[in-house]
Design a protein around this ligand. Sequence first.
Ligand code: SF4
Length: 226
Amino acid sequence: MHAVAPDAAAASTADRLRITEIFCSLQGEARDAGWPSVFVRLTGCPLRCTYCDTAYAFHGGQWWDIDAIVAEVARHGVRHVCVTGGEPLAQKRCIQLLRRLCDAGYVVSLETSGAIDIGEVDPRVSRVLDIKTPGSGEEGRNRWENLPLLTPHDQVKFVVCSRTDYEWARQVLHAHALHARCDVLFSPSKGELSATELADWIVADRLPVKFQLQLHKLLWNDEPGR
Ligand code: SF4
């Protein structure tokens, strides 16, 4: 399922990105959940969340020319493309890649940690922005200046690890009126918080958020490349 990297020597150094994998699967979360999608996973992340399920993307990867990435995406023949990581925005040329994918007519989403400025991202991209809870261990990395940039085309995601995290997320939701800006998603951190418990809390509080389970984890138990 994984794509093989093209000849790195052929790529022009100006337009290259470090890529861990490009593969086709079902989108497992957020608004596009359930759609066959091509995932472009960029290598590297400056964060170290306690629950990270893509630590294999922290290092390694191979250099790909942006033309070759777009060609590989086209080869899969689906409409939805998700640019993810790692933290994709940690590589500045990610902005170029996103623009190219939009120009090519794809429905493009970006999964980002919320720690890096999203202001340069093409407005055609649906930005799925994490807000890191205390349980992630990376609360201090939240770039709060990103929140006023969100539009209804975007989504905000909280991965909730505990009741303490839930109460923190609920307070952030209200303090920034996030639900008035865009869809807000709450997911339980797998193995840390029961999905049923989180669902019960959301219903009890009539919280204006969307509960979600990660489809790819239910279907394929988090296998890389699925
Ligand atoms: S931001 Fe994402 S990729 Fe980076 S450590 Fe956290 S969960 Fe992992």
